[in-house]
Write a protein that binds this ligand. Sequence first.
Ligand SMILES: [Zn+2]
Ligand SMILES: [Zn+2]
Length: 571
Amino acid sequence: MVTNEYIVETLELTAKLMELHDADEFRIRAYTNAVYYLDKFTGDLAGMDLTQLTQVQGVGKTVAGKVLEIVTTGTLKELQDLLTNTPEGVIDMFKIKGIGVKKIKVLWKEVGIDNINDLQIACENGTLGKVKGFGGKTQDSILESIVFLQSQAGKLRMDKAEALAETIAADLKKYFSKAEVSGQVRRKNEIVDSLLFLVTDEAPKAHGFFTHLPESFAENPRISSPFTWRGKYLDNKIDLEIRFVPASQLVQKQFIYSADISHLKHKNEQGKTLMQISAAQGISTEEEIYEKYGIPYIIPEMREGAGEFEWINNHKNEDLITWQGLKGILHNHSTYSDGRHSLEQMARYCQELGFEYLGIADHSQSAQYASGLGVHKVMQQHTEIEELNQKLNAGGGKPFKILKGIESDILGDGSLDYPDEVLATFDFVVASVHSNLNMTEARATERLLKAIENPYTTILGHPTGRLLLSRQGYPIDYKVVIDSCAANGVVIEINASPYRLDLDWRWIQYALEKGVRLSINPDAHEMDGYMDMHYGVAVARKGGLTTSMTFNALSLAEIEAFLAQRKQRVK
Ligand SMILES: [Zn+2]
Ligand SMILES: [Zn+2]
């Protein structure tokens, strides 16, 4: 089955390559325009005929034909031709943040650079900075992106790592009586650089434990041993490790291989480490290990040596936030800006999932790339929200409310993106940085502080702007930012998109100490985007977030009271 996403990606790559090869501008435009609209289209493209396709907004007859071609052949002849005429290294350069097709074209055709390695050398020896249109600053930021990109190779974000680990575990279960996911995936790390499995069997195999694994498991014999298989799975770049353990030791080994070493080395009052205690005879559950150690149980995801021993002194595991503890969903987009589903679709689905409120927060006017809302559109949306709030409660039952929010860009100088009289019309404001990401720590921090001090700011959105594995966030002074949120009663977002997971979980405990509430926001751009809150909950628990300090664990009545009180402050 060809998905919409695949169709959009294929067209997008074709458009980029056309531009690289100086194709007719008018045709490139037709593709990029179609990509823009198809990306938001919610129907099933694969099931449509030519006439139906031409009726989709942004799709002309040519593109409609191309969509059909992708659906029937799985690709485009045109794309294949372009690919044969483009060095692979040039296509790799698309991954570098901060250079678009135009610059790549100059590099390839005028400077003669056709791979990332050569580009890196040109940055390092300063020759790139002398090329017209590049300059020292661009050179530095390209080099920074390349180094970052290289450091991320062979790593996976939490969502991809989890899905792959599940597939592999299911595969392993065909060959072993037990196969458990261990290591970083069990610890719910936001980035995973190796997958680890523990397997066991009733009867040992005569010719070694791993000889019967199929070809999908490509062993690297140089680093494997009789009990430990190391290699790769299919065409995945991530390192894979499978350890055979005796069934009687599975609990202990799982404990050891899924915890960070600094957790295991922690010593109790008697000077014994968790590692030593877990190795004792007769341990049959992880609970027993902590009991013998003399502290309450610590959940697997917290075993990082990052403050969990202090945390368990002051809290109980039952206090940790769970999906069930969430009462509403804040920070979501609709078709008013760059979302895929309408306000009503987003609201109905939220209600269906059993939540009490939906906080809509489309992009603000300066975010033109994301169809940010001008003042007129804002007013139009507010009217629709009021009508929907009537409609959605007409059937009686549990009250449900759409809250009027906005994701206001934090402008370069730290101000918000509307005049005060417009800001005053929202129930809540998520303030986020989307542009001008190359700032020094001092300037970026100052910019955030100004936004936090703005009395209309309710939530600080994705505080560092990071995109895991592709863009390092701008540097900020976390303590100063969190302290300022505490002083101004501003909530900090844990953006639950697996690409962001920003605020980083390592700062949750500090925020809790300062009394700052955190909001687990999916930043959903479509209905299914709500499900990202699972990743948000996972990292929130890892960092020790309690239900009582989770902003969107407040009931509708509580959050309305909170927001009303914030409004009082402005006057
Ligand atoms: Zn944003
Ligand atoms: Zn957003």
